[in-house]
Design a protein around this ligand. Structure first.
Ligand SMILES: [Zn+2]
Ligand SMILES: [Zn+2]
Length: 345
């Protein structure tokens, strides 16, 4: 089977790879659609994301959907031919973090398409992928595979929203209008946010955000003056989600949030130390919370997609065949033109 294999920064090859053996609880999938994520882009263009560095060939991809091709002897959750969204992560279920209900913080977590551990955990950008049955979430025939591939990033957004607590009636700011920022915005609206603002350095994703329901947008490419004026006039945002992955975004969040407000950091900042206006956290009693991947919300994300409770279609801007995987990565980085680019397998 053919797979996209990343050997180093900007060195993506389509290679033949052997099929993995099928264990009793395994499911072999015919992968049909894979969304390119910001972290895939970091691996592709820089050979790393934050502190995770590619040290051996890596099949990227953790946002994918497909059809069940073959099932192991003990599998009863799915059957061949079924269409499934794939949760790229699985946790051990018995470590202290798992036992307190925080599976995304599992000490023995497995997450596909990630170089966070060595050997790396291979991803889903391949014609076939072998996953555990518990990672498969069946979906009806009506939902296109490309939309199904949004289950993972939507899970990230639902988890981030949940980290902020009750959003009903809240004034919310999202810094960074990439796919995760947009999905967080949609999730916050679904959760009852009364006012939604977004920032970015580019106009195109902000225009998309307004089309999807943002009340106000700020291009902070030339500075955060207008944003902070607006925030000051309303007494600060109740909740800010930092989804830009830049320390400037995190600092803007700390400046724009009200005293006693909540900042949720979703974005992955560059590796190493980051200058942060930490005294504001103290003097204004800001709750700074991390949101990493997602907990037990994958099934909720699948339901949201299937019932279109959250309509992600405006985010889907590009489709490429596997033969043009490198072009797909280049397109995904072009934020003037694209929000989410999907590879078809
Ligand atoms: Zn992702
Ligand atoms: Zn665990």
């Amino acid at each position: 089977m053919r797979a996209c294999v990343l050997h180093a920064a900007r060195d993506l090859r389509i290679e033949d790879r052997p099929e993995a053996p099928l264990g009793p609880h395994d499911v072999r999938l015919r992968v049909r659609a894979g969304g390119i994520c910001g972290s895939d882009l970091h691996y592709f263009f820089h050979g790393r994301i934050g502190d995770f560095v590619i040290r051996e060939p890596l099949v990227p991809g953790h946002e994918f959907s497909g059809e069940v091709a073959e099932t192991g002897a003990e599998v009863s959750r799915v059957r061949p031919g079924q269409r499934v969204c794939v949760n790229p992560g699985r946790n051990c279920g018995h470590c202290p973090r798992c036992r307190e209900g925080r599976p995304n913080l599992c000490e023995n977590v497995f997450f596909m398409g990630s170089a966070s551990k060595f050997p790396h955990m291979q991803g889903g950008f391949a014609e076939h992928a072998t996953v555990r049955d518990t990672q498969c979430f069946p979906v009806s025939d009506s939902l296109p595979f490309e939309e199904m591939a949004f289950a993972e990033p939507l899970s990230v957004a639902l988890h981030a929203a949940a980290r902020a607590g009750n959003l009903m009636g809240r004034r919310v700011l999202v810094t960074g209008a990439g796919p995760i920022g947009q999905l967080v915005m949609l999730a916050a609206r679904r959760g009852g946010a009364a006012f939604l603002a977004m920032t970015d350095m580019m106009d195109a994703p902000l225009a998309a955000a307004r089309r999807m329901g943002a009340d106000e947008t700020f291009n902070v490419g030339a500075g955060t003056g207008a944003l902070l004026d607006a925030a000051g006039a309303m007494g600060g945002y109740d909740v800010v989600f930092e989804a830009s992955g830049a320390s400037a975004g995190l600092n803007a969040a700390l400046m724009a949030v009200r005293a006693g407000g909540i900042v949720v950091q979703v974005g992955s900042l560059p590796g190493g130390e980051t200058p942060v206006m930490a005294n504001r956290i103290m003097a204004r009693e800001i709750d700074l919370r991390g949101a990493f991947r997602f907990g037990d919300v994958f099934g909720d994300a699948v339901t949201c997609l299937e019932k279109r409770l959250i309509d992600i279609r405006p985010l889907l801007t590009g489709r490429f065949p596997i033969e043009q995987a490198s072009e797909a990565f280049a397109a995904a980085r072009d934020r003037e033109k694209h929000l989410k680019v999907v590879i078809a397998f």
